[in-house]
Write a protein that binds this ligand. Structure first.
Ligand code: SF4
Length: 604
């Protein structure tokens, strides 16, 4: 007899045509429906998708939003990002624990509600915040927490929690969210009026090679952080050997402090999809994929609806815009809680239904990307710029900004400032001007570009936001007086330790050692030699790691060593008497004592 479990798995797998490359979707649906992936469930998925059980298990164990253990019907994921910590998330956690009667990582005895931590959910401008299943709750206070828990106990349906909705499309019935956009400053390029279809019509009037030439003339560089010239990337992809080509949109902004793509996806989805369609035409792709981070699942139905409207308008589908032979469509691939999937080769792995493991390069995605075909992965904001370049012309775009950085940049600013939110600024704007706009008059430090970026001291506030000076994917976190910056460094290192895929030793082990060394110094047990050790180790992790995560994970340590060296030096102890303050005999013999089953006579 077929069990209910077998029927459920069979139905879900059939929904995705038993396609192994869509295993992420299958596993996500099973997780949502069964609240956990048991051994039997994983065996059945493997059978239906014609793959090995180990493939399913490695996927389930990789992503934070999947669980082999049973979770509650409701999962509360409280964000423990640095900004949430500055906003007192510890008290919010205590309020949840008290109201639910469980500790972090536990499920209520009736099996209804699970409480756990999660890294950045893209809501730093309205922290403390949490995800409750797919619903976002923001600006949490202890009172709000008690109210939320009481309502969930009565009716475990997080969709009923919102008392008031956010602005703009957040109040669209398909979004139905309390999230606020916090758009503080619009500019001429991205946060500007846009007429759907116009950019595409202009592109389709040109040969694809001319479209690429326009993007090159506009001097557009990738907005995700690396700043690679977009036109060049498209040219490589277009000219690579292979029939099928793909264009992928990286909507996996997981860098703590970044939330600008959230606003673009909420208020400017047509601009994003139009840019992708132009990209598809330029490189000769007939398929596009938006890789949407799991934390933004609340936007999914809305985005699907926008895509459907575009199909109805003939802006997606067959012979788009009357151009015979130009067929192009876009699908949304949901992520499942993994920061490293923001790295383009890991993102490709995830789109293929695999663990988000970064791949070796070469070959580059432009040669061999999604399903082994030439692929271009571009950032959400980059696609918006592409559409506007087509609409207004490359000359218009390239004269905006600064010499090496054309156009404008979206910044998501949060932390100790009066006006957290999203700002569109011209490249070349001084950091001091940005801080003034955001109401951050007494900043003691600014983290540019999230934890993988650099921490800047007040003496450098006259530097400018651009690729040649302060390059950023968009995050800017402000720290005010009273912040223990070394504590921030430790938190950032914790984030990288948690998010490392573990493939290479320098990243897997080096980040742990870096964090321990910083903790030792904070604890007053550091010695002068520890600074050289931190620098050496940080550089080793940077140089010997395989992907962008490991190559930048030591930056919190390296940039503070460079710009805030006195913070470290003031906590060091010079061992003039020959004793090492960092050495503890008790800790050193702890392991041996455990094995021997007795304490050292010296310690007694
Ligand atoms: Fe994985 Fe880190 Fe190596 Fe990247 S650098 S492949 S995240 S272990």
């Amino acid at each position: 007899m077929t069990s209910n479990l077998e029927k459920t798995i069979e139905r879900i797998c059939q929904k995705y045509n038993n396609d192994r490359t869509l295993m992420m979707n299958v596993v996500s649906d099973v997780q949502a429906e069964l609240k956990g992936l048991s051994d039997e469930a994983m065996d059945l998925i493997a059978q239906h998708l014609g793959t090995h059980r180990v493939e399913v298990e490695s996927l389930v164990s990789f992503y934070a939003f999947y669980s082999e253990e049973s979770t509650g019907k409701v999962v509360i994921r409280l964000c423990n990002d640095v900004i949430d910590q500055l906003r007192g998330v510890e008290h919010i956690a205590e309020a949840f624990e008290e109201a639910l009667g469980v500790k972090m990582g536990e499920t209520t005895p009736d099996g209804t509600i699970t409480l756990e931590w999660t890294p950045c959910i893209g809501m730093c401008d309205q922290a403390p915040a949490a995800l409750i299943n797919d619903e976002v709750v923001t600006n949490l206070t202890s009172d709000k927490v008690r109210q939320i828990v009481s309502e969930l106990k009565e009716n475990p349906d997080p969709g009923k929690l919102h008392k008031e909705l956010g602005d703009g499309n957040n109040s669209n019935e398909l979004v139905n969210s309390m999230v606020r956009n916090n758009i503080r400053m619009s500019g001429p390029v991205i946060l500007a009026p846009f007429r759907s279809g116009q950019a595409l019509a202009r592109a389709l009037a040109l040969h694809p090679a001319e479209v690429i030439r326009n993007v090159k003339t506009a001097r557009l560089r990738g907005r995700g952080g690396a700043g690679f010239p977009t036109g060049m990337k498209w040219e490589f992809t277009r000219s690579a050997k292979g029939g099928q080509r793909y264009i992928l949109c990286n909507a996996d902004e997981g860098e703590p402090g970044t939330f600008k793509d959230r606003i673009l996806l909420t208020e400017y989805p047509d601009l994003v999809f139009e840019g992708m369609t132009v990209g598809g035409y330029a490189i000769g792709a007939d398929s596009g994929i938006v890789y949407l981070r799991a934390e933004y699942a609340y936007l999914r139905n809305f985005l699907e609806c926008v895509l459907e409207n575009r199909r109805n308008l003939g802006l997606l589908g067959k012979d788009i815009g009357g151009k015979k032979g130009f067929d192009f469509d876009i699908r949304i691939q949901m992520g499942a809680g993994s920061y490293v999937c923001g790295e383009e080769t890991a993102l490709i792995s995830s789109c293929e239904g695999l663990r988000g493991d970064p791949k070796n390069r070469p070959p580059f995605p432009a040669q061999k990307g999604y399903m082994g075909c030439p692929t271009s992965v571009n950032n959400v904001e980059t696609f918006c710029c592409v559409a506007r370049i087509m609409e207004e012309g490359p000359g218009w775009f390239s004269q905006l900004g600064s010499e090496g950085s054309a156009g404008t940049k979206l910044l998501s600013i949060a932390g100790d400032c009066m006006r957290p939110g999203v700002y569109e600024i011209p490249f070349g704007t001084k950091l001091s001007e940005v801080l003034k706009l955001a109401g951050a008059s007494d900043a003691i430090a600014v983290q540019i570009g999230g934890p993988s970026g650099q921490m800047i001291d007040p003496g450098q506030y006259d530097r400018t936001i651009c690729y040649d000076d302060l390059a950023t994917g968009g995050a800017m976190t402000v720290f005010g007086p009273g912040t223990d910056l070394l504590e921030v460094v430790e938190e950032y290192m914790d984030f990288f330790i948690e998010e490392s895929c573990g493939y290479c030793t320098p990243c897997r082990v080096g980040n742990v050692l870096l964090k321990k060394a910083v903790a030792k110094i904070r604890d007053g047990k550091g010695q002068p030699g520890d600074l050289a050790y931190l620098e050496d180790l940080g550089n080793t992790v940077r140089m010997a790691s395989r992907c962008g995560l490991g190559q930048t994970s030591a930056n919190p340590v390296l940039s503070t060593l460079k710009n805030f060296s006195s913070l470290y030096e003031s906590r060091l102890k010079d061992a003039k008497d020959g004793r090492q303050p960092g050495f503890s005999l008790a800790s050193a013999v702890e392991g041996a004592s455990e094995i021997a089953g007795r304490k050292s006579a010296h310690l007694n």
